[in-house]
Design a protein around this ligand. Structure first.
Ligand SMILES: [Fe+2]
Ligand SMILES: [Fe+2]
Length: 163
């Protein structure tokens, strides 16, 4: 579709993150399974459960706009997942692989944080307060997931990988 207004751009970006979240619901279990450290594996699965809620919140935002949810292939996330898969497939040392998985997972969170920050700001600009609040709720969960990954990486995975 031709993007002519901020609302059009908002909808296109919503389709992008909708694709990304649905793809993550399918991809995070693989990342979790690949982790050798149980804490890392559990953290990723906890966030996978939150991610299912992220999908629902986006559907609610589409609903608030009177639109059917639709998605558009997110090339950025596809690229990030490709990199994550090569970490999983190519690194033989378990501890180094775990440090790589933390890094890959955080890269995904940073992408989501960027998207939700923008979407919440645009929703407010467009006078869609309820949508902005839903997007903010997800944004907070993405930030929390990122911080938990940082903490685990710094206290465990990076040290083990360096040892
Ligand atoms: Fe998410
Ligand atoms: Fe996330």
């Amino acid at each position: 579709m031709a993007i002519k207004s901020l609302e059009d751009l908002f909808v296109e970006t919503l389709k992008d993150i909708y694709y990304a979240e649905k793809k993550l619901v399918k991809s995070l279990p693989k990342m979790s399974k690949a982790a050798s450290d149980e804490k890392l594996s559990e953290l990723i699965m906890e966030h996978c459960a939150e991610t299912e809620e992220h999908v629902k919140r986006i559907e609610r935002v589409f609903d608030l706009m009177g639109k059917k949810p639709s998605s558009k292939k997110c090339e950025a996330l596809e690229g990030l997942l490709k990199e994550a898969n090569s970490v999983i497939d190519e690194i033989e040392d378990e501890t180094v692989c775990d440090a790589g998985i933390v890094s890959s997972a955080q890269t995904v969170e940073h992408y989501e944080i960027a998207r939700y920050g923008t979407l919440a700001a645009w929703a407010r600009e467009l006078g869609m307060e309820e949508a902005a609040e839903l997007l903010d709720t997800t944004l907070d969960e993405e930030k929390a997931a990122d911080q938990k990954l940082s903490a685990l990486g710094e206290s465990e995975e990076n040290q083990r990988a360096a040892a």
